[in-house]
Design a protein. Structure first.
Lengths: 338, 467
């Protein structure tokens, strides 16, 4: 595999890592207002307390890696999605500070305000990221200099919105499973009762998105038509999704969580397989698309970056695993808790 | 893109980075402070130091959260506001940013969890390791971002070649990029500036407690460490500042001439303590030491220094604002040296606590390093104009071609509103934390902490006895 393709995979891995990890803490945020009671809300927030910050670093590093490996995509996508991206950043700011600020004052109004900021920020972030992902999958109008020409309203097309809503439900399901894993007693029972309807809704939306993709975004299926072995990816995705309710039924929450994590990773892989070697498709004129060749940094830089990744990624995985290990088990409120 | 885009893009970027830059220096400075006090706790096992460490950890958490939230914005704004720049430099500049993510942010955020929530989950030594790692991560992040920024001032280790979509900079030598001519001078100057920000926050809050005669034992301990830290940092800043200025004079003569208000192409440069640049007459009015700048650079009052007249008019930075920001920074820096030395002297003579005026000065001195840090960056970045990358690309050519001023105006208003609100909430919570004071329980050992801890400790003890 050439360096450019390796970096395509690495960027996809960072994106998948982000979606899996921040996915569950965004999901916890989306469900936040449905959780009743101050102690219960604190428990839910503290379930993600030690890890949400590290989860968000995957996005920061993804942004940096995209800048370094495919600067053309970094420049085109973020200038083209200007207003949407600014809104996304504001939603992420709100949820980040809400987690930190909420517990600092006992006043119910203070806490209610930050609860809303946390939930709205999480919901908005998930929706906007889903919409962005939908647009990347579908392609966007670009001129010959790779400048995106459609405005904010162009991004809010029905297909992208469908992917956005699917993402929200997917993260809510993923977050609910995480909460079941981390909580106990009444709160756990309550969240447990949401898992099944969320799975049902996700499966319906996933089926709709798949149909919409096959009808209106046939380019995403071309590689599978040409090389049927890739059909294993959607098959594995289906199996991972189907396994979630099975594990929940048998009370194996951790395996359910692994299954929904795998499903998210596979969904990113599915789009990656469909797009490769394109990174940003020009929906108006395929020749204007940004690919792993015309969007990439020099081979020398990709090589240097690969060395950095080979040194850095094992370290990152080691302390990520370490932190999750230290904070394993059911969440309890303590003096240092949020 | 329209006529207003370059200016608005700069203002929007300046507002978001300026606000962001209040916080990471506090994390870096408080990080060092935490490493010192928790180290003292481990060494002496004195519960007081544990209390000090835990209190300042909470202040650290507050600054860190806003630093992360506002820093996320910066990671994307090169692409949103400066797409042409991003295309031109991504090969070089992007690498440093990616390295920052992988080497600094993960380290910081991973160990932060242990630092904040791990007091009772891991042993004291493991916790101390986490504190050191968070502090190291904060410093690494400064390393990579300052390396990236320094490359914009003194580009090195690259060549300009035809890329897939036009000319662009590509790496030729990664280490030459990292150790570009200004990176180490600027890094040391930025880091010590951050230490000052942390040290003076500690001094401010501790002095306030002493004035109010609250938590005096705690405040004395914090003040002692904070004061020594502040003196060391203030004096070090003189060294790094001098090295930085020498570097600018050598590598970016136009910026240096603007900082000093020096026009004459071939004359010795004066040193202005404070003054006003007459941009029409090409002179500086104020308190001037003739030949002073030449002396500082070359140890000789008569050596000529390149002036603005030697630089083509379309390559000169705005002089007045660069000059004023630079001189205000130096004025504040010098005051901080004097202030910290005087406070140290009073403390040594045992008169600091009775010198209430001095304590009041320390309470408000917290703004000094913050202002100096902001002004220093203004001098550095405005002094580089009209270039975004010195000598390679002009700022007005760097903006996103498909972003119009309306979009930037929208985001400028959005972020200004959100950041004002955030700042208000930050001050409110910091004040709340100060009013609340250190937690008395933190001064005691784990046995005194919480009922279930007692049972655990007793249970553990009994098990030991039976074994």
């Amino acid at each position: 595999m050439d360096l450019n393709s390796i970096w395509f995979v690495l960027v996809a891995v960072l994106l998948a890592g982000y979606a899996i990890l921040d996915g569950f803490d965004l999901g916890v945020g989306i469900l936040h207002l449905f959780i009743r009671g101050d102690t219960e809300r604190r428990l839910a927030m503290n379930a993600i307390g030690p890890v949400w910050d590290g989860n968000e670093v995957w996005l920061v590093t993804g942004g940096g890696a995209l800048f370094a490996a495919f600067p053309e995509v970094y420049a085109s996508a973020f200038s083209g999605f200007y207003t949407a991206l600014m809104l996304l950043l504001v939603t992420l700011i709100f949820r980040a500070v809400a987690i930190e600020f909420r517990s600092k004052r006992p006043s119910p109004r203070w806490r209610q305000g930050w609860d809303i900021a946390f939930a709205a920020g999480s919901l908005g972030a998930a929706l906007l990221m889903g919409v962005a992902f939908g647009n990347i999958a579908a392609g966007v109008p670009m001129d010959a200099s790779h400048n995106i020409t459609g405005g904010l309203l162009g991004l809010l097309n029905p297909y992208a919105l469908l992917v956005g809503v699917t993402t929200v439900v997917l993260f809510a399901m993923h977050g609910a499973i995480y909460l079941v894993l981390k909580t106990e007693g009444d709160l756990q029972a309550r969240v447990h009762s949401w898992v099944r309807p969320l799975i049902v809704w996700f499966v319906i939306l996933y089926a709709l998105t798949t149909m919409a993709t096959l009808l209106w975004q046939p380019h995403l299926a071309e590689r599978m038509r040409a090389q049927p072995a890739w059909f294993l990816v959607p098959v594995a995705t289906m199996l991972a999704v189907a396994n979630v309710p099975r594990e929940i039924f048998h009370g194996r929450e951790f395996r359910a969580f692994l299954s929904s994590s795998a499903a998210i990773g596979l969904l990113v892989a599915l789009i990656g397989v469909g797009l490769y070697p394109n990174l940003l498709l020009a929906s108006n004129a395929p020749a204007n698309s940004l690919t792993i060749v015309n969007a990439a940094s020099s081979s020398k830089t990709l090589g240097i970056m690969l060395i950095i990744a080979i040194i850095g990624v094992p370290l990152v995985l080691a302390y990520t695993a370490g932190i999750y290990w230290v904070f394993r088990g059911k969440v309890k409120l303590e003096k240092t808790s949020y | 893109m329209d006529d207003l885009t370059p200016l608005l893009a700069r203002i929007q970027f300046a507002v978001t980075i300026g606000f962001h830059y209040i916080y990471p220096p506090l994390s870096i400075g408080l990080g060092i402070f935490l490493v010192i006090v928790e180290g003292l706790y481990l060494k002496t096992r004195e519960p007081l130091w544990r209390q000090v460490a835990r209190y300042w950890t909470k202040v650290f958490a507050l600054t860190f959260a806003i630093g992360v939230a506002t820093g996320l914005v910066m990671e994307f704004e090169f692409g949103t506001n400066w797409a042409t720049y991003s295309r031109f430099v991504g090969d070089v500049f992007g690498s440093a940013l990616a390295a920052e993510g992988i080497f600094a942010f993960f380290l910081e955020s991973g160990f932060l969890a242990l630092l904040l929530f791990g007091w009772d989950k891991v042993g004291p030594k493991m916790h101390y390791l986490a504190t050191i790692m968070v502090c190291l991560g904060a410093h690494f992040s400064a390393v990579w971002i300052v390396v990236a920024n320094s490359w914009m001032h003194t580009p090195a280790g690259h060549h300009i070649v035809q890329g897939p979509n036009g000319m662009r900079a590509e790496i030729t030598d990664f280490w030459a990029l990292v150790f570009n001519p200004s990176s180490m001078d600027r890094l040391s100057h930025v880091l010590v500036g951050a230490w000052l920000a942390g040290a003076f926050l500690v001094l401010s809050i501790s002095a306030w407690y002493l004035l109010k005669r609250k938590h005096e034992v705690f405040a004395r301990a914090s003040l002692k460490v904070g004061l020594i830290f502040a003196v060391v940092a203030a004096l070090l800043q003189l060294v790094t500042g001098h090295a930085s200025a020498n570097g600018v004079a050598k590598n970016q003569p136009a910026k240096f001439a603007a900082m000093e208000g020096h026009y004459s192409a071939k004359a010795a440069a004066d040193l202005t303590v404070a003054g006003w640049v007459d941009e029409e007459q090409h002179t500086v009015k104020g308190l001037v030491i003739p030949g002073g700048t030449s002396f500082l650079l070359h140890q000789d009052f008569t050596t000529p220094v390149t002036g603005l007249d030697a630089i083509s008019t379309d390559e000169r930075p705005p002089v007045q604002i660069t000059f004023q920001a630079y001189h205000a920074m130096i004025g504040i820096g010098m005051s901080l040296i004097g202030l910290s030395l005087l406070a140290l002297f009073l403390w040594w003579r045992g008169r600091l606590e009775s010198s209430r005026w001095m304590l009041w000065v320390l309470v408000f001195a917290v703004f000094g390093p913050q202002l100096a840090n902001q002004l220093g960056w203004m001098a550095a970045e405005i002094g580089r104009q009209p270039w975004i990358v010195q000598g390679l690309m002009r700022t007005r050519d760097a903006v996103s071609p498909n972003v119009d001023s309306g979009q930037i105006m929208f985001s400028l208003l959005l972020f200004t509103t959100v950041y004002l609100g955030l700042f208000a909430a930050f001050i409110y919570l910091l004040n709340d934390k100060i009013q609340h004071g250190p937690d008395p329980e933190d001064a005691h050992g784990p046995l005194m902490k919480l009922p279930h801890k007692i049972t655990e400790a007793l249970g553990g003890h009994r098990a030991d006895g039976e074994g």
